[in-house]
Ligand binder design. Structure first.
Ligand SMILES: Nc1ncnc2c1ncn2[C@@H]1O[C@H](COP(=O)(O)OP(=O)(O)OP(=O)(O)O)[C@@H](O)[C@H]1O
Length: 366
């Protein structure tokens, strides 16, 4: 049975349609990420599940119980759902303990439960402090502890560590998700960071302009994005124009197999690869050949590896980006932008031999 089932939900604010026919099925105990650009409707969807907004149309069920429909409405305080908003929601005049106690229903605000939750969230030493006496990350942890205090079966996290810098945000997010998994809590995490979504979720819903464009496991979303927008929203892309024929795409980088699950258009198409699928197969004076071949012998994360032919290209531009370098190459009359590890990135003017690993996606050009 699903923990949460969102069916045919539409939501408008004034004249703007913010959610369009949204469906989402969250299995019990799973961690789901909602990924999408700013303004695409992620928070609105979370607030509808929590009960802070009402949909114009559609149904929402939680634990097999109808909580929202045209004729039925369960108020947020009776849903038993924990919600951790983006930031700044602690009561400044209450200590950490006081804030966590506030999350418990009246009549069951026992010191023991508060202490248990503080221990669970690694906050036991900070119980007597006030919000202004702890860091931003610790404040968000307190907000999480407050949401967990009543033991909800579902927790909604709305970019809870957004205010922190990238490394701290990712490590705190991973800690928190581990904790939620350990307690068997179903979780929906809103994020606009694909790396975070891939790292922590079992299933990933990619949203754009109020629609869920793809809902699938992280690896399938990354390697087999449903359309070019999902591809761009989930990581770096390499788009080539090509011709589709019998399950293959003829491109400036050679003839590439198309993923079996993709229904390619006939004839001209946009061909999508992840940049790391293109590597160098050794050039004059380099020892890249064995490196490139060893990548193939270890299998292919795209699941459809095949050793293709190498193709010669001339490096025309080189832009150092730290751990990787963007290379502009001229190949078969086309200009293609590649992303290679900086350690192996050749100089401008070099002739390189490229090889493509794995299969590609093909999309209609319109
Ligand atoms: N109460 C409201 N009244 C009017 N418009 C609203 C309201 N809440 C949200 N919106 C609009 O709905 C759209 C979706 O907002 P939402 O906060 O759900 O997006 P989001 O994907 O969570 O964005 P972000 O990542 O920036 O938080 C935006 O255009 C926003 O301006």
């Amino acid at each position: 049975m699903s923990a949460v089932k969102v069916d045919s939900v539409n939501k408008r604010f004034a004249d703007a349609q913010v959610l369009h026919d949204v469906h989402l099925d969250v299995p019990h105990g799973a961690v789901i990420a909602l990924l999408g650009p700013s303004g695409c409707g992620k928070t609105t969807l979370l607030r509808l599940i929590a009960g802070f907004e009402r949909p114009d149309e559609g149904h929402i069920a939680f634990d097999g119980r109808n909580i929202v429909s045209r004729t039925h409405w369960v108020p947020p305080e009776r849903r038993g759902i924990g919600y951790v908003p983006q930031e700044g929601t602690l009561f400044p005049h209450l200590t950490v303990e006081g804030n966590v106690r506030y999350g418990l229903p009246r009549g069951s605000r026992s010191g023991r439960r508060v202490q248990e939750v503080l221990d669970l969230t690694g906050l036991s030493d900070l119980g007597k402090r006030y919000p202004h006496e702890i860091s931003g990350g610790q404040q968000q942890r307190v907000a999480l502890a407050r949401a967990l205090a009543p033991g909800p079966a579902l927790v909604l996290l709305d970019e809870p560590f957004n205010a922190l810098d990238l490394d701290l945000r990712r490590s705190m997010c991973e800690d928190v998700i581990r904790l939620l998994r350990d307690t068997g809590t179903t979780t929906v995490l809103v994020t606009h960071d694909p790396g975070e979504a891939f790292a922590v979720s079992d299933q990933l819903a990619v949203m754009q302009a109020g629609k869920i464009m793809q809902y699938d496991n992280p690896e399938r979303v990354y390697w087999k994005p449903a359309n070019p927008s999902v591809a761009r929203l989930t990581g770096p892309t390499l788009f080539l124009s090509g011709q589709c024929l019998h399950g293959h795409a003829v491109t400036p980088l050679g003839t590439l197999p198309i993923h079996a699950s993709c229904t390619p258009p006939q004839g001209e198409a946009w061909i999508m690869l992840r940049p790391e699928q293109v590597c160098m197969a050794g050039g004059p004076g380099t020892n890249q050949s064995s490196h490139a071949l060893s990548l193939f012998s270890h299998g292919d994360p795209t699941g459809e590896n095949r050793l293709g032919k190498t193709i010669a290209a001339r490096v025309t531009q080189r832009s150092f980006r730290g751990d990787h370098t963007i290379l502009g190459v001229s190949v078969a009359g086309a200009h293609v932008s590649l992303r290679l590890p900086s350690l192996s990135a050749p100089a401008s003017g070099t002739i390189v031999h490229l090889i493509v690993q794995g299969a590609c996606m093909a999309y209609a050009m319109h």
